[in-house]
Write a protein that binds this ligand. Structure first.
Ligand SMILES: [Zn+2]
Length: 180
Protein backbone atom coordinates (compact mmCIF):
# COMPACT_ATOMS: atom_id res chain seq x y z
CA UNK A 1 0.00 0.00 0.00
CA UNK A 2 1.38 3.40 -1.02
CA UNK A 3 1.37 6.46 1.23
CA UNK A 4 -1.37 8.04 -0.93
CA UNK A 5 -3.55 4.89 -0.72
CA UNK A 6 -3.06 4.80 3.05
CA UNK A 7 -4.23 8.39 3.45
CA UNK A 8 -7.24 7.74 1.15
CA UNK A 9 -8.22 4.43 2.83
CA UNK A 10 -7.08 4.42 6.49
CA UNK A 11 -9.35 1.45 7.38
CA UNK A 12 -7.79 -0.69 4.64
CA UNK A 13 -4.38 0.49 5.86
CA UNK A 14 -5.26 -0.70 9.37
CA UNK A 15 -6.28 -4.14 8.06
CA UNK A 16 -2.99 -4.42 6.18
CA UNK A 17 -1.09 -3.40 9.34
CA UNK A 18 -2.83 -6.16 11.34
CA UNK A 19 -2.03 -8.75 8.66
CA UNK A 20 1.62 -7.65 8.59
CA UNK A 21 1.85 -7.73 12.40
CA UNK A 22 0.97 -11.46 12.19
CA UNK A 23 3.57 -12.07 9.46
CA UNK A 24 6.31 -10.24 11.39
CA UNK A 25 5.33 -12.01 14.61
CA UNK A 26 5.61 -15.39 12.89
CA UNK A 27 9.09 -14.48 11.63
CA UNK A 28 10.02 -13.47 15.18
CA UNK A 29 9.54 -17.09 16.25
CA UNK A 30 12.57 -17.92 14.08
CA UNK A 31 14.72 -15.00 15.25
CA UNK A 32 16.56 -17.05 17.86
CA UNK A 33 18.92 -15.32 20.31
CA UNK A 34 17.81 -11.98 18.91
CA UNK A 35 18.68 -10.05 22.06
CA UNK A 36 22.10 -11.65 22.33
CA UNK A 37 22.82 -10.83 18.69
CA UNK A 38 21.82 -7.22 19.28
CA UNK A 39 23.99 -7.19 22.40
CA UNK A 40 26.96 -8.58 20.43
CA UNK A 41 26.48 -5.83 17.84
CA UNK A 42 26.38 -3.26 20.64
CA UNK A 43 29.62 -4.69 22.05
CA UNK A 44 31.29 -4.44 18.64
CA UNK A 45 29.97 -0.93 18.13
CA UNK A 46 31.27 0.32 21.48
CA UNK A 47 34.61 -1.47 21.37
CA UNK A 48 35.50 -1.24 17.67
CA UNK A 49 33.15 1.52 16.41
CA UNK A 50 31.93 -0.82 13.68
CA UNK A 51 28.56 -2.27 12.71
CA UNK A 52 28.36 -5.96 12.01
CA UNK A 53 25.40 -7.75 10.39
CA UNK A 54 24.37 -11.17 11.66
CA UNK A 55 21.67 -13.08 9.78
CA UNK A 56 20.36 -16.40 11.08
CA UNK A 57 19.52 -18.98 8.42
CA UNK A 58 17.90 -22.25 9.46
CA UNK A 59 18.81 -25.14 7.17
CA UNK A 60 17.39 -28.64 7.34
CA UNK A 61 19.99 -31.41 7.15
CA UNK A 62 22.95 -29.08 7.84
CA UNK A 63 24.63 -31.64 10.11
CA UNK A 64 24.27 -34.39 7.52
CA UNK A 65 25.84 -32.20 4.85
CA UNK A 66 28.61 -30.45 6.84
CA UNK A 67 29.06 -32.53 10.00
CA UNK A 68 28.30 -29.37 11.99
CA UNK A 69 25.13 -28.25 13.79
CA UNK A 70 25.97 -24.62 12.95
CA UNK A 71 28.46 -22.79 10.81
CA UNK A 72 29.50 -19.29 9.76
CA UNK A 73 29.34 -17.99 6.21
CA UNK A 74 30.83 -14.51 5.76
CA UNK A 75 29.68 -11.80 3.38
CA UNK A 76 31.05 -8.30 2.82
CA UNK A 77 29.43 -6.55 5.80
CA UNK A 78 28.60 -9.42 8.08
CA UNK A 79 27.93 -13.09 8.49
CA UNK A 80 25.25 -15.70 7.95
CA UNK A 81 24.93 -18.05 10.91
CA UNK A 82 23.61 -21.29 9.47
CA UNK A 83 21.84 -23.49 12.02
CA UNK A 84 20.54 -27.04 11.60
CA UNK A 85 16.74 -26.71 11.62
CA UNK A 86 16.43 -30.38 12.65
CA UNK A 87 18.01 -29.66 16.05
CA UNK A 88 15.68 -28.93 18.99
CA UNK A 89 14.91 -25.26 19.60
CA UNK A 90 17.19 -24.95 22.66
CA UNK A 91 20.09 -26.60 20.83
CA UNK A 92 19.72 -24.18 17.92
CA UNK A 93 19.96 -21.31 20.40
CA UNK A 94 23.04 -22.81 22.06
CA UNK A 95 24.62 -23.23 18.61
CA UNK A 96 24.04 -19.55 17.83
CA UNK A 97 25.63 -18.63 21.18
CA UNK A 98 28.63 -20.83 20.27
CA UNK A 99 29.00 -19.04 16.93
CA UNK A 100 28.72 -15.64 18.63
CA UNK A 101 31.86 -16.44 20.60
CA UNK A 102 33.70 -17.34 17.39
CA UNK A 103 32.72 -13.84 16.24
CA UNK A 104 33.87 -12.26 19.50
CA UNK A 105 37.24 -14.00 19.08
CA UNK A 106 37.33 -12.57 15.56
CA UNK A 107 36.21 -9.15 16.68
CA UNK A 108 39.70 -7.69 16.86
CA UNK A 109 39.68 -7.86 13.04
CA UNK A 110 36.42 -5.90 12.84
CA UNK A 111 37.45 -2.27 12.76
CA UNK A 112 35.97 -1.39 9.41
CA UNK A 113 34.24 -3.09 6.54
CA UNK A 114 37.03 -3.57 4.03
CA UNK A 115 37.52 -6.94 2.40
CA UNK A 116 40.95 -7.64 3.91
CA UNK A 117 39.47 -7.80 7.39
CA UNK A 118 36.83 -10.24 6.23
CA UNK A 119 39.50 -12.39 4.63
CA UNK A 120 41.29 -12.43 8.00
CA UNK A 121 38.10 -13.48 9.75
CA UNK A 122 37.66 -16.34 7.33
CA UNK A 123 41.10 -17.62 8.33
CA UNK A 124 40.18 -17.87 12.01
CA UNK A 125 41.64 -20.96 13.60
CA UNK A 126 39.20 -23.69 14.54
CA UNK A 127 40.83 -26.18 16.88
CA UNK A 128 39.62 -28.22 19.85
CA UNK A 129 40.63 -25.45 22.30
CA UNK A 130 38.70 -22.80 20.37
CA UNK A 131 35.63 -25.05 20.08
CA UNK A 132 35.76 -25.81 23.81
CA UNK A 133 35.96 -22.14 24.82
CA UNK A 134 33.04 -21.34 22.47
CA UNK A 135 31.07 -24.06 24.29
CA UNK A 136 31.98 -22.53 27.68
CA UNK A 137 30.61 -19.19 26.48
CA UNK A 138 27.48 -20.79 24.96
CA UNK A 139 26.71 -22.79 28.10
CA UNK A 140 27.12 -19.74 30.31
CA UNK A 141 25.06 -17.42 28.10
CA UNK A 142 22.27 -19.99 27.75
CA UNK A 143 22.29 -20.60 31.52
CA UNK A 144 21.77 -16.86 32.05
CA UNK A 145 18.85 -16.93 29.59
CA UNK A 146 17.42 -20.01 31.29
CA UNK A 147 17.54 -18.25 34.67
CA UNK A 148 15.76 -15.25 33.12
CA UNK A 149 12.89 -17.36 31.78
CA UNK A 150 12.63 -19.20 35.10
CA UNK A 151 12.01 -15.90 36.89
CA UNK A 152 8.35 -14.81 36.71
CA UNK A 153 9.41 -11.37 37.87
CA UNK A 154 11.91 -11.00 35.00
CA UNK A 155 9.49 -12.33 32.36
CA UNK A 156 6.75 -9.94 33.55
CA UNK A 157 8.90 -7.04 32.36
CA UNK A 158 8.35 -8.19 28.77
CA UNK A 159 4.54 -8.16 29.03
CA UNK A 160 2.68 -5.25 27.43
CA UNK A 161 0.82 -3.75 30.36
CA UNK A 162 -0.73 -0.80 28.55
CA UNK A 163 -2.34 -2.03 25.33
CA UNK A 164 -3.55 -0.82 22.94
CA UNK A 165 -1.05 1.93 22.24
CA UNK A 166 -1.76 4.99 20.11
CA UNK A 167 0.86 7.26 18.61
CA UNK A 168 -1.62 10.16 18.55
CA UNK A 169 -4.14 11.27 21.20
CA UNK A 170 -7.57 9.72 20.49
CA UNK A 171 -9.51 12.60 22.07
CA UNK A 172 -10.53 15.78 20.29
CA UNK A 173 -7.52 17.93 19.29
CA UNK A 174 -9.33 20.82 21.05
CA UNK A 175 -8.56 19.38 24.47
CA UNK A 176 -4.86 19.52 23.65
CA UNK A 177 -4.84 23.24 22.95
CA UNK A 178 -2.52 25.10 25.27
CA UNK A 179 -4.68 27.14 27.70
CA UNK A 180 -4.17 30.90 27.46
ZN1 LIG B 1 32.74 -23.79 16.59
Amino acid sequence: MTFEELIAHPTKGGEEAIALAKIIYNYSQDCLMAHSIRAFQQHILEKYHAHYDIVILKRKGLFTITGKKSTLNFFSTGVFVLVDADEPHDQQRACIAHEIYHLILAAKYISGNDDDQHKLMKKLPSCREVEDICDVFANDLCTLHHKFYESDEAVKKGIFHNLPIYSLPKTSPKSYQVPL
